[in-house]
Design a protein around this ligand. Structure first.
Ligand SMILES: [Zn+2]
Length: 435
């Protein structure tokens, strides 16, 4: 069979790991990058198919470190298939799934089920994160070696914090022996109590019990110190507070191997979104005050926080229509993540596009202990093209995800993915997923 050739012309190539941000043409052959060529040199050639990407930025496909796909067990809220379509729509060619599906990813069989399904669908890689403890109960360790063998790329009890410090210390030691990171949902439940939103002026105005910033900062501090003691690799999930950012600065100053991710909603929105008891903005950790938003956004810009991830948490509209106290936490984030981050940090705050892309490409690879994706001959043809000037209004009805739950509905954002290529195949073009 003749090779399948695609010529991508006219784009500005962005390779954050290599520090390249310049116009080049790029040729794909089957599922690999065949070569990089001087700008204009592949234009109008007879060989293969040409895609004109003039005005676009072409980068390695994005990786999302933090995704909840609900399957197995919660298929009424999201299936692996719909989640992968949402990933392709959002420019992601790899997503890391959290283990708190209804059937917990604490056994190799669950990981194999997820990986087999993803391989058959062929829309993006799923890199499963396995549970630290059985049933996320925080007591009995999973068989981490067997889970790694079955494809686990990291360990987390996300959705639940690891409350027992001794278990966390031992988890770091065990994961270190396997060369993998521990990812912790940092929330001190004794401090959170029955909190429903960020503790501050807005929670007092609404009369809702608050969740203090300290309830996040205390376990972050503990985790930093345990990482220092054990030499294990600790990654802080969905960091949302000014205190958390300050603790990360301390860890960096001490050379401790701790990384952290921020979520697009935490760098864009504040607890003001909760006015009117808007359940679409109910998320864990909660949207916080402006001083926290600025600190987290600043941490992403400076590189203190090396990752942006979605915490994609799809829910049915019926679930979100419940009264505020009963409505589930979560935002359907895969399809808006890049645009929210681009509009917030690149358009409004002058962050360099290459730095922003590094948070979606280089940072996640470092957490997973992998070489970051690159634009070079022989590399996998996993790519995203971004139109940095395209303005679009968020319309959740058009999401591929089953979760239409988003606080961004109706917001016009600038900077959208317009093409996703996975293993040499176009899986999204101009917002339309090709299944
Ligand atoms: Zn979490």
């Amino acid at each position: 069979m003749p090779a399948n050739i695609i010529r991508l012309t006219g784009a500005l190539l962005a390779d954050p790991a290599a520090g390249i941000f310049a116009p080049f043409d790029l040729q794909l052959e089957d599922d690999r990058i065949e070569g990089i060529y001087p700008a204009g040199s592949l234009k109008g050639k007879a060989q293969g198919q040409e895609m004109d990407l003039s005005g676009c930025i072409l980068a390695p496909g994005l990786t999302d470190l933090h995704v909840h796909l609900r399957e197995p067990g919660g298929e009424e809220n999201e299936t692996i298939h719909c989640g992968l379509k949402a990933a392709a729509a959002g420019g992601f060619t790899a997503i890391c799934t959290m283990p708190n599906s209804l059937r917990t990813a604490d056994h190799p069989d669950v990981l194999r089920y997820i990986k087999d399904k993803a391989a058959a669908l062929n829309l993006a890689d799923i890199l499963p994160i396995a549970a630290i403890t059985k049933g996320l109960a925080g007591q009995e360790f999973t068989d981490m070696a067997a889970l790694k063998e079955a494809g686990a790329v990291a360990f987390s009890d996300d959705g639940m914090p690891v409350t027992h410090s001794g278990i966390m210390e031992e988890a770091l030691i065990r994961a270190k022996a396997l060369g993998l990171a521990i990812i912790d949902h940092c929330e001190d439940l004794a401090l959170k109590k029955d909190g429903l939103m960020h503790e501050g002026a807005i929670s007092r105005q609404l009369g809702l019990p608050g969740i203090s910033a300290v309830s996040e900062a205390v376990p972050i501090a503990r985790n930093i110190l345990l990482a220092q003691k054990t030499g294990g690799r600790m990654h802080i999930a969905h960091l949302s507070t000014r205190e958390g950012v300050a603790l990360m600065a301390f860890a960096r100053s001490q050379g401790i191997t701790v990384t952290a991710e921020a979520m697009p909603h935490h760098i864009r929105l504040t607890d003001r979104e909760l006015l009117g008891f808007n359940t679409m903005a109910k998320v864990s950790p909660p949207l916080r005050g402006e001083e926290h938003r600025q600190a987290v956004a600043g941490g992403v810009k400076s590189g203190l926080l090396t990752c942006l991830a979605t915490d994609h948490a799809p829910w049915s509209l019926a679930a979100k229509a419940k009264p505020f106290a009963q409505a589930p936490n979560g935002i359907s984030g895969l399809e808006t993540a890049l645009a929210v981050a681009w509009d917030t940090l690149v358009v409004k705050e002058d962050m360099a596009p290459l730095d922003l892309l590094a948070r979606f490409i280089v940072g996640p690879a470092q957490v997973l202990g992998r070489k970051p994706a690159a634009l070079a001959a022989g590399e996998p043809a996993n790519l995203v093209a971004i139109d940095p000037l395209l303005k679009k209004t968020v319309e959740p009805d058009h999401f591929y995800s089953m979760g239409k739950n988003t606080p961004f509905a109706g917001m016009t954002l600038q900077g959208w993915p317009v093409l996703t290529i996975y293993r040499g195949r176009v899986v999204m073009e101009k917002g339309r997923v090709i299944d």
